[in-house]
Design a protein around this ligand. Structure first.
Ligand SMILES: [Zn+2]
Length: 173
């Protein structure tokens, strides 16, 4: 069965779709179980809060098919080291053809900065992918809206339905 990447797409700014790195990895592993992705820190500066990673997509013979690099800073993310590694993997996989059209971070001068779950964290959780929907009207919602709404209203609501509900007195988390 071909990998159904559509289940994993997330809508980001500008109405574009984003395929999370973890989903690109699943797709990659399903299609090429013998290929691998290797990462290498180019720079980790804990003092300045900068991490740069390079990822390489390799076939079973070790030929490099694609590379990607990514820098993250502590200002951007507390877990900037993991985020840089995840970002590098995502770019390399997109260049190799896994989710290329759903990788707005590859576009020139792109301002899109989707928040990805670090791949390592996702591996540990092994949560089944779920479709995020408003609990009132069933409209698909983004992960960001989902989290915000869960936090504020105790249930997933789209922006429209949020207006009809009273926020929880004490936001959780
Ligand atoms: Zn709704």
């Amino acid at each position: 069965m071909p990998f159904n990447f559509k289940r994993y797409l997330i809508k980001v700014q500008g109405g574009r779709y984003y395929l999370p790195v973890a989903a690109r990895l699943v797709w990659f592993r399903e299609e090429h179980p013998n290929w691998r992705v290797e990462t290498e820190p180019l720079e980790i500066d804990a003092e300045r809060g900068i991490a740069i990673f390079r990822a390489r997509v390799m076939d079973e013979e070790g030929n490099v098919l694609a590379t990607g690099t990514k820098m993250e800073t502590r200002e951007g993310f507390a877990d900037f080291i993991e985020k840089a590694e995840t970002g590098a993997i995502g770019r390399a996989l997109a260049v190799a053809g896994f989710g290329t059209q759903f990788a707005p971070e590859l576009s020139e001068g792109g301002v899109v900065h989707p928040v990805d779950t670090p791949v390592t964290a996702l591996r540990e959780r092994e949560e089944p992918p779920r479709e995020l929907r408003c609990s009132d009207c069933g409209t698909p919602i983004t992960e960001g809206v989902y989290k915000l709404s869960e936090n504020r209203y105790g249930r997933p609501l789209c922006a429209n339905c949020q207006k009809k509900h009273t926020p929880l007195a004490q936001p959780r988390g």
